[in-house]
Write a new protein. Structure first.
Length: 399
């Protein structure tokens, strides 16, 4: 049984606080979020022991987190971005022994942050640059590839990625279809004869949100299409295009992918990885936790603070705060979540291990302002949480 500490630590050992946040999309990395939360905690408890575990979920920060944890290195290059323009990108190699393992986050080549706000149209955006990153890793001698799926700005089912690696996705006239999710409606035949042969000799493992499916009510077009700029009419068009994509995969490759766990990850990129590239999909935290030491740090903690950009009804379905809370509850630890915004269904998270939550935004403001001021607001929110805990601890002591 863990010995519980009071939040008041004047006569006891200092409180140990574990800060294990996700990044804030298009704003702060997970490391930056952790640093600013820790700064807020120290304003109230300078004597506290701060443990920081920036969390990677397959999206932004996945590569740097795994490469940093193993003493590996990054490689930088330019690839085709989601709107077709060249963008600076990167991949990495893990340090240590074992197979030469490349780490790629699809967000580095096709992330939402790379899509200008006035050009957000998942009918057109492409995952072509992800295929270019995979090809570059193969060129550099990768024997295994870990592909992180998250924070995408595309809805093309990984078609662009596969085309960049030699797959021929043909229309009824035998010509290659173009780029973007809308083009999948024209797909009539899949030809993998010219696919890069090195893919058959490497182990390709993709870290995906296991709850994301390609099709259906929880399909990627319906759930995430609007976040990427799709209108209601475009959502229906994208769903129909992905249905055709799944039908062609089943007819030509013999795989039923539409309802498979993880098939909807990153705008359907999970489907492309599994069906077209021959990769294996994994629940993302099964891969991430092999390299991060979250459970070991939790064993030392008295309190856990997590965070993400938006806490809402989607959070329990494979997001960082829910996974952190689930693991914390195995040790009986209290968990507080901070969020840039509190969306519909935020209270659902109270049934998934999060004991309390708060927004870092304390007054009406634009999204642009909240993103610009997220650093000081995170620190202030963490400070407020700790002061409230101190008040509550005093009340318990007096009871």
């Amino acid at each position: 049984m863990r010995k519980k500490k009071s939040i008041i630590t004047h006569t006891q050992q200092p409180l140990t606080v574990l800060v294990a946040p996700s990044g804030f999309k298009e704003s702060l990395s997970a490391q930056e979020v952790a640093d600013h939360i820790a700064a807020g905690v120290r304003r109230v408890m300078p004597e506290a022991v701060l443990l920081k575990a920036p969390m990677a979920d397959g999206g932004e920060g996945f590569t740097e987190a795994l490469v940093g944890a193993t003493g590996g290195r990054l490689q930088r290059l330019t690839v085709t971005g989601p709107v077709g323009d060249p963008v600076p990108a990167f991949f990495g190699f893990l340090g240590g022994s074992g197979p030469r393992t490349a780490v790629i986050e699809m967000a580095a080549a096709a992330g939402l942050r790379l899509v200008p706000r006035d050009r957000r149209n998942p009918m057109l955006t492409t995952s072509h640059g992800v295929g270019e990153l995979i090809r570059a890793a193969l060129d550099a001698g990768a024997q295994r590839i870990l592909l992180g799926c998250g924070d995408s700005g595309i809805n093309d089912g990984g078609a662009g990625m596969a085309q960049a690696l030699g797959a021929r996705l043909l229309d009824a006239d035998g010509a290659q279809i173009g780029r973007g999710g809308a083009e999948l409606a024209r797909l009539a035949r899949i030809d993998l004869a010219a696919l890069d042969p090195r893919l058959a000799r490497v182990q390709l493992d993709a870290a995906v949100n296991w709850h994301n499916q390609l099709l259906g009510e929880r399909g990627v077009a319906r759930v995430f299409g609007p976040q990427k700029g799709a209108t209601p009419e475009q959502v229906l068009q994208l769903e129909a295009a992905l249905e055709n994509y799944a039908a062609r995969i089943q007819a030509d490759l013999g795989l039923a992918i539409g309802g498979a766990p993880g098939s909807g990850a990153s705008g359907g990129l999970g489907s492309g990885v599994a069906a077209l590239l021959g990769g294996t999909l994994h629940p993302r935290f099964d891969i991430v936790m092999r390299y991060l030491e979250l459970d070991a740090l939790m064993a030392r903690a008295d309190l856990v603070i997590t965070a993400e950009g938006s806490l809402d009804e989607q959070t329990p379905f494979g997001k960082v705060p829910a996974e952190v809370a689930r693991r914390a509850k195995l040790l009986g630890l209290p968990v507080v979540a901070l969020a840039g915004t509190l969306g519909r269904g935020a209270t659902d998270n109270l049934a998934h291990g999060i004991d309390a939550f708060a927004s870092i935004v304390h007054r009406p403001c634009t999204l642009e302002e909240s993103m610009a001021r997220s650093r000081p607001w995170l620190a202030r929110a963490a400070e407020d949480v700790m002061r409230l805990m101190c008040v509550g601890s005093r009340l318990r002591l007096q009871a």
